[in-house]
Design a protein around this ligand. Structure first.
Ligand code: HSE
Length: 403
């Protein structure tokens, strides 16, 4: 029997308690022993909760309890979560988390501390919600050099784009729906502005490239500037608009960014809709592998956290080799040098656009004096130079795959 505790009884934390309870028999069989939820830490009260007797407000009761060997951190953020995680690791407890903000900011430090203490710091749920992605990249693809990772790694923005694109929903209505369904972050600007995707991309990049890639090293654009006009133009070009995180190996360094892309309708990612996430990992031996599933939400995310609890229990006296080296300026390189075709929406004439850009592919839907087109393959510096010649871009997005 092993005792565990949960720090933070929010959407994910409450889901973890529920999964541990609901699937207790199967979990015990897979872990090789019974897992008992002993304490739940939260500043709030939950009268009438089935776990009412487990709630405490004093973290020391967990930190100083030698019977609690595995701790679930679902507080979120980097302040209290970092302090509590470090103290648990220091005390020789394994920690399991869905907190992508903390892993992206300080994963290297926490993994090193876990290593020193001979315990585990596991974060399968930090990327892709319920999709297995951390373990497959770290273990199943361990014999590959990873050349590229790209995909849809934020459920909220994918839900909003899908609702707008397929049902003509208003941005604010789609966002409020995503909040009600438990997909969005406490501050949904984190989703909309691409920060959440940026953090997840940092984690995947660190894992794939072996050095910590920090959010500041990843240029990030969200979906604030995607309009209904862009969606119609994209459709007439045979594409959908998706917010993608992408990292590519450039001379051994990570060139990573987050931005909206046009994705051709025949690409599998174009059909990853709603809250679903889809991630493609390109290994030099296996080729492309794609991961698909629910990218956010209480139970999918709790499923991944609880699986890490099982793994931590199975490896209670063993250290899993999951880590990366310290980061630094030389770990990342400028992604604006990556070449692609570009989508441009503009209010100048097609003749003017053709004069500056040469042969382009125009969208055939036109409205209010606007037009949109796809350029030849070029890097960001070049496309901005051409735009500067009098073809102002009302929107400028990369086109996936055209490079
Ligand atoms: N807000 C996140 C998303 C939750 O929408 O993807 C899952 O990490």
């Amino acid at each position: 029997m092993i005792n565990v505790a949960i720090l933070g009884y929010g959407v994910v934390g409450s889901g973890v308690a529920e999964v541990l309870d609901k699937n207790s028999e199967r979990i015990a069989r897979n872990a090789g022993r019974e897992i008992i939820l002993k304490r739940i830490l939260d500043v709030r009260d939950f009268p009438g909760s089935p776990y009412e007797s487990l709630f405490i407000k004093d973290f020391d009761l967990i930190a100083n309890d030698p019977e609690i060997q595995v701790v679930v951190e679902t507080i979120g953020g980097t302040d209290v979560a970092f302090e509590f995680t470090s103290r648990c690791l220091e005390a020789g407890k394994s920690v399991v988390t869905s907190n992508k903000e903390l892993v992206a900011a300080r994963g290297h430090e926490l993994l090193r501390l876990a290593g020193l203490k001979g315990v585990n710091y596991l974060f399968e749920a930090s990327v892709g919600g319920g999709i297995p992605i951390i373990r497959p990249v770290a273990q199943c693809m361990a014999a590959n050099k990873i050349n590229e990772i790209y995909g849809i790694i934020n459920g909220t923005t994918n839900y909003i784009l899908t609702e707008m694109g397929t049902k003509g929903a208003e941005f604010s209505a789609a966002l409020s729906d995503a909040q009600k369904k438990g997909y969005a972050e406490a501050d949904p600007a984190t989703d909309i502005k691409g920060l959440d995707a940026c953090r997840k991309l940092c984690i995947l990049s660190s894992l794939a490239f072996g050095r910590h890639i920090y959010p500041e090293q990843v240029p990030t654009e969200g979906i604030e500037n995607v309009t209904a006009d862009d969606m119609r133009f994209a459709a007439s070009l045979g594409c959908k608009i998706k917010l993608l995180g992408r990292v590519r190996d450039v001379g051994g360094k990570a060139a990573a960014y987050v931005a909206p892309h046009l994705v051709g309708k025949d690409n599998l990612l174009a059909n990853v809709d709603g809250v679903m996430n889809g991630i493609v990992v390109r290994g030099n031996a296996v080729g492309d592998v794609m991961f698909y599933g629910a990218g956010a939400g209480k139970m999918p995310t709790a499923s991944a956290v609880a699986a890490d609890v099982v793994d931590a229990v199975k490896h209670i006296h063993l250290r899993k080799l999951l880590s990366w080296e310290e980061g630094g300026e030389d770990a990342a390189t400028d992604p604006s040098l990556l070449e692609s075709s570009w989508y441009i929406r503009t209010d100048v004439t097609g003749e003017k656009a053709t004069r500056e850009f040469g042969e382009v592919i125009f969208a055939d839907w036109a409205d209010g004096g606007q037009t949109a087109f796809k350029t030849a393959v070029m890097n960001e510096k070049k496309v901005r130079e051409l735009i500067g010649r009098g073809v102002p871009a009302l929107s400028l997005f990369r086109v996936l795959g055209d490079y």
